[in-house]
Design a protein around this ligand. Structure first.
Ligand code: NDP
Length: 594
């Protein structure tokens, strides 16, 4: 069966394009340094630029003479390191022989090193730390296997080729103790003895040697997966791989073609890494002073309390009295809309009507509630049911008593479960009258999104909106820097208060453990201090999520809280980040400060 890398790469590119589309005021920037006139390098750079343009990345190619000295090339890199419009830097390899590639790759700012060749990023990859950059070709191979559901865990993977850009990093990635890795990896090279014996024992064989048609039918285990990394240009201009495709495809279970296999995936990962670098700059720019430290306040602020939670809304300019009244009106109307829809304490709210409805009554939903329930449905499924807005009956019960009776627990369990809810064509129905929704946990983010979007429509393009733990910023502070926010001063990372985060066209949601969250999978409180199994240090103290919208950040943060341990939550978060590259998680566990 053919593994179509081009199709998968196109799907990934479409996702990146739509994510970049959410960032209106600034686009990710990629700078490519192209040294000399190697025709293959010029062709690769042309493809990369085209792909960048397709997804909305602004790429700049700096062409330099092949005679450039190493020190002049290093100066060019330093300029790009300092350039705030450049998120990612790529030096097209190979470089002329008088330049030491290691010196060049080490000079790139690790936060802009979208090729993942800087020693810091290589070290992070080896240690299994995912916040750096992985080299594009190995990452593309991993993602392709994952997307095509080729089992990797526990399998024997043989990589032929041990280069620093393919073989070695790929081995490091696939052997990690992580989901979709955990493989037994053998790396072969030109000095390996009994190569055929090795390749024939592979469940997955990865050919990265740069030898046309080297892998033959008799070197391959029947029904195994064959990944062909090789790109060899023949004298007639045709590209062929390291695998004898015509022969090997007859015995292989799965096989990638050349062209159309790993090549397009490598480019897709380059785009993904550039977008990731763009999001990372949000975290670096916190070095700029926060807006509250401004000597002269150039903003207009609105503060108040809504549903017992404080809000602060900052518009990035001095407003006239008329504009102020307009903003105030939008804020009040939006909160009123939120109460009318989601306030469980208001018997007239739309949510209360759903909660008090009898079984199987068909209730038409308003568009905003329908959208929110659709988002909930997605997160319920992504979290394997850990996130469940119907958990209220269990929550109520455990708040009433630490030792509920078996009958009371059974009744609460019967009423709980997303499967009791059905939403079809904007019509709501539940099959149990007791089933109730509590959407406050995720509707706060939606309300923040509404305020931002409604004000933006009225022409206010620089905004910072905070309500409870939910924050969204668009545009800039009037001093032409990013908005900067303190997530939660009480939170500690490595014993230090969490640094303020810069916020550019994205949202942050923080969910802090208040001690009464219910795990729907066990129907009991997640952090039961009476339970012997409860481990204070391993339990999650807080989750902060950055995402394009506050509703998504809010829902993901709430979902990540409902894991027993930080490591389980991190595993899940990684899967989400693989799906949504513009989402980031900070999951903190407690310090043992009892
Ligand atoms: P390198 O030349 O750096 O490394 C080749 C590796 O293959 C070396 O480890 C070498 O062993 C090993 N090798 C060579 N001959 C044999 C042999 N007869 N038996 C066993 N092992 C052998 O190449 P790269 O890793 O940079 O690239 C490999 C191929 O992948 C090339 O065709 C390249 O064009 C292609 N490529 C494709 C990419 C894509 O986007 N699809 C991206 C990057 C590369 P030793 O170490 O002992 O010399």
């Amino acid at each position: 069966m053919l593994i179509d890398g081009k199709k998968t790469a196109n799907e990934i590119q479409a996702e990146i394009r739509s994510q970049i589309g959410l960032h209106k005021t600034r686009k990710p920037g990629l700078a490519v340094l192209l040294v000399g006139d190697n025709p293959a390098s010029h062709t690769y750079v042309k493809y990369k630029r085209k792909a960048c343009a397709e997804v909305g990345i602004v790429s700049t190619v700096i062409e330099l003479a092949g005679s450039i000295s190493e020190s002049d090339l290093l100066k060019q890199i330093e300029k790009l390191n300092q350039n705030p419009a450049v998120d990612g830097i790529l030096v097209q390899l190979p470089l002329p022989s008088h330049i030491d590639e290691k010196n060049i790759t080490s000079a790139i700012d690790p936060l802009k090193d979208i090729d993942g060749f800087h020693p810091i990023n290589v070290g992070k990859m080896l240690l299994g730390i995912d916040d750096g950059f992985f080299p594009c070709t190995p990452l593309g191979i991993k993602v392709l296997l994952e997307k095509h559901k080729i089992p990797v865990e526990g399998k024997h993977i043989v990589i032929v080729g041990r280069s620093n850009i393919v073989g070695k990093p790929l081995a490091a990635i696939l052997m990690q103790k992580k989901p979709h890795c955990n493989a037994t990896v053998t790396v072969a090279h030109s000095q390996s003895e009994n190569l055929q014996q090795l390749t024939k024992s592979a469940d997955i064989l990865i050919a990265a040697l740069g030898r046309p048609l080297f892998i033959k039918k008799e070197m391959v285990k029947p029904k195994s997966t064959i990944i062909d990394v090789g790109i060899n240009r023949m004298p007639n201009g045709k590209l062929i791989g390291d695998v004898d495709f015509d022969e090997v495809s007859k015995v292989a279970g799965h096989i990638t073609p050349v062209p159309g296999g790993i090549g397009p995936m490598t480019i897709a990962m380059l785009l993904q890494n550039t977008f990731k670098a763009f999001l990372k700059t949000l975290l670096v720019l916190f070095l700029f002073a926060s807006c509250s430290q401004s000597p002269k306040d150039l903003c207009t602020h609105f503060e108040g309390t809504e549903m017992a939670r404080p809000y602060q809304i900052t518009v990035g300019k001095i407003l006239s009295a008329k504009e102020k009244r307009l903003v105030e009106k939008v804020i009040q109307e939006t909160f009123l809309d939120a109460r009318t829809l989601f306030d469980n304490n208001d018997p007239g709210s739309e949510i209360s009507k759903l909660n008090s409805a009898s079984a199987n009554t068909l209730i038409p939903l308003s568009k905003p509630l329908q959208d929110l329930l659709t988002l909930c449905d997605k997160i319920v499924s992504l979290s394997g049911g850990r996130f469940d807005p119907t958990v209220e009956p269990l929550e109520k019960l455990w708040k009433q008593t630490p030792n509920p009776t078996v009958d009371a627990l059974q009744n609460a369990c019967d009423a709980t479960g997303w499967e009791h809810i059905c939403i079809h064509n904007g019509i709501f129905k539940k099959d149990r009258p007791e089933t109730a929704l509590d959407l406050l946990g995720v509707s706060k983010g939606l309300c923040v999104d509404w305020i931002v979007e409604r004000l933006e429509k009225l022409g206010f393009s620089d905004l910072l909106v905070k309500w409870s733990g939910e924050i969204r910023g668009i545009g800039h502070h009037p001093e032409n820097r990013d908005w900067s926010v303190e997530v939660d001063p009480s939170l500690r990372v490595n014993e230090q208060p969490m640094a303020p985060l810069p916020l550019r066209d994205c949202a942050i949601s923080t969910c802090v453990n208040r001690g009464y969250m219910i795990d729907p999978l066990t129907a009991s409180p997640l952090y039961n201090r009476r339970s012997e199994a409860w481990n204070f240090e391993r339990a999650i103290a807080s989750v902060t999520v950055i995402a394009p919208t506050c509703a998504l950040a809010d829902a993901l943060a709430t979902a990540a809280m409902v894991f027993q341990t930080r490591s389980e939550a991190e595993k899940w978060a990684q899967e989400i980040v693989d799906l949504y590259p513009n989402v980031s998680f900070w999951i903190l566990s407690h310090r043992d400060d009892r």
